[in-house]
Design a protein around this ligand. Sequence first.
Ligand code: PMV
Length: 361
Amino acid sequence: MYENPRLLLDSSSALTPGSITWRSPSNIAIVKYWGKHGLQLPKNPSISFTLSSSFTDMRLEYQLRESSEQGIQLEFLFHQEPNEAFRLKIKQFLEKLLPIFPFLGQLDLQIQSGNSFPHSAGIASSASSMSALALCLCSLEDRLFGTLQEGQEFDKKSSLIARLGSGSACRSIFPYASVWGKTSVHLESSDEFGVGAEGMLHEVFKDFHDDILIVSKEEKAVSSRAGHALMEGNPFATSRYEQANKNMLQLAEALEQGDVHRFGKIAEEEALTLHALMMCSNPSFMLMRPNSLAILEKVRAYRSDTGHPVFFTLDAGPNVHLLYPGEIIHEVRAFIEAELKPLCEEGYYLQDWVGEGPEEL
Ligand code: PMV
């Protein structure tokens, strides 16, 4: 879609070395993306909240290449240390992007990246890191060629590039919330890139919290690539995609009306469906741990005892995301400290909230 052989530097041009830095957050899906086709295209639309305190800072340094080497020349530092595994992954990805950003083959690149959350916290960093990388690349294109200044072109292209890196990363580009995948609830929605969905939110959802209860810091038992692929043979795949489309419509109404209970019912249904789909895939995966289940039960009991709108969602792993409006933060934090923290690995949980999206530093 964005292939552009003209984005090449003139061989006679002198280029001052420079750098670009972006901070980009993670996001948490409410209607989940699970199942893909083609080049990271989603089988169903999804919607997420953009988070704040879980982010990646990425600095991209560039200078004109003097050697005649071909392809991508990349140094990569993660938290100030060389990391060969990450370097190779990013190098391969940048090589795939050469038809879109041909000038990358004329530069020597150095990337320094770091996350605000510990690497071994069992939290996926692909959404924050791939969106940060996509933003750096689009800023670089714009700095060198002035091509992305029109209207929403910059957001569209950075979201599309982030999607090619990791599907759900395309939703991290936008403040507060984002929709990805063609759906009637958002006129500009597309399978190719995410779109901002702030306009779909009642004020109450702009002040929502997401405390992430770390039940296990271990790496995920199944990669999301393998997980998506398992949907191919899943006997419930068709009805799942219908359900996701229906949930998008209902969630859009709840978000607009500020109906937190209806929102929470859909969020929990989506989380449990994601895990149910994995349990009945072949091979089957059980990604919750006993403490995940204990937390879900405690959250439901707390809600029915107090009437407080506290809900859970889950990613493809054992950790539990607790969603609730800011006005009950003191009550919920007291509940977490007393009843949920003991169920977390080493009592560890992260405090996050809906936020304003990436920023260039
Ligand atoms: O973006 P991926 O390929 O890592 O898939 C993410 C899938 C879920 O996190 C489980 C759901 C979602 O929509 O973010």
